[in-house]
Design a protein around this ligand. Structure first.
Ligand SMILES: Cc1ncc(COP(=O)(O)O)c(C=O)c1O
Length: 275
């Protein structure tokens, strides 16, 4: 099912699934804020989890995000399998936001729909994709939901009556972008170079980089409170996101994006290393 980017799916799926004030949505401990926003828009509660066994009984929807924003952590097939098993035990759909899946650096991100995770049985599982990162086409607002045909049918039935449709030009552009992997490889190589430059500079400025095996961010800590670090980096003209924006567990981390230009990344690296 085509979607208007992936963000609207993350924000609206709890409502589309009919969740309400008696419902619970499980989201990763450190997460893109829109998972919580989606639960709140449906007046549902959200709980955070680190691993499948943390997901409480009576959970109605489980979000997965691998590679993760903000940490860049990649979940293994076994970890994904455990989350799928927990979802099925609770009859809660497991929805995996895979918008960074093409951007693996030190780990191979795999889809929740991969046979190593679920064989050929997609029951209760959905994957959410986007052209925003893969093809650098955030402005096109093009995403897609794949997986359990019954869940998709239910979602389509409701969404078409709400006017949540992707325009024909954007659908045609999406087909063209998905048929071409060359531009993805070129963009990925750009990010890889920026990542090496920024990673080396952060390390030499005393930061430890954690996770960050994939995706568009470096998840870094120098042990200080995240706002102090954001302030210190701002003094060097570098904008970082405070880790606690993604959950209290991020209090000592900051997130740096690889989306600045090569020239800006090189300049930031020089300021970090004092060169
Ligand atoms: C984890 C995650 N999901 C979804 C999105 C939304 O992206 P889009 O709506 O452009 O596909 C983002 C954007 O940063 C993101 O980090």
């Amino acid at each position: 099912m085509p979607s208007i980017g992936s963000k609207e799916i993350v924000a609206l799926l709890p409502i589309v699934f009919g969740l309400n004030q008696n419902s619970t949505v499980a989201i990763p401990e450190l997460a893109y804020p829109t998972y919580a926003v989606g639960a709140l828009l449906a007046h549902a509660k959200f709980v955070t989890y680190r691993q499948a066994s943390d997901i409480p009984d009576h959970t109605d929807l489980i979000w997965v995000n691998s590679p993760s924003n903000p940490t860049g952590e990649v979940l293994s097939a076994d970890q994904l399998k455990e989350i799928v098993a927990r979802g099925r035990q609770l009859s809660a759909p497991v929805v995996s936001d895979e918008c960074y899946i093409e951007l693996g650096w030190e780990a191979e991100p795999i889809s929740i729909l991969d046979p190593r995770v679920c064989g050929t049985d997609f029951t209760g599982i959905l994957a959410v994709h986007s052209l925003s990162k893969r093809s650098n086409l955030a402005g096109y607002r093009s995403g897609a939901v794949l997986g359990d045909a019954k869940l998709i049918n239910d979602i389509v039935s409701l969404r078409k009556h709400a006017g949540l449709l992707v325009s024909t030009p954007v659908q045609l552009a999406t087909v063209a972008a998905l048929a071409d992997d060359a531009h993805v490889a070129i963009q990925k190589a750009r990010y890889a170079k920026r990542r090496e430059v920024l990673r080396a500079a952060l390390s030499s400025a005393g930061f430890k980089i954690e996770h960050s095996q994939a995706g568009l961010y470096l998840w870094a800590t120098n042990g200080s409170d995240c706002l102090e670090t954001v302030n210190w980096l701002a003094g060097k003209g570098i904008l970082a996101a405070p880790g606690d924006f993604y959950g209290p567990a991020g209090q000592h981390h900051v997130r740096l994006a690889l989306t600045a230009t090569d020239e800006r990344i090189a300049s930031a690296a020089a300021r970090l290393t004092g060169n």
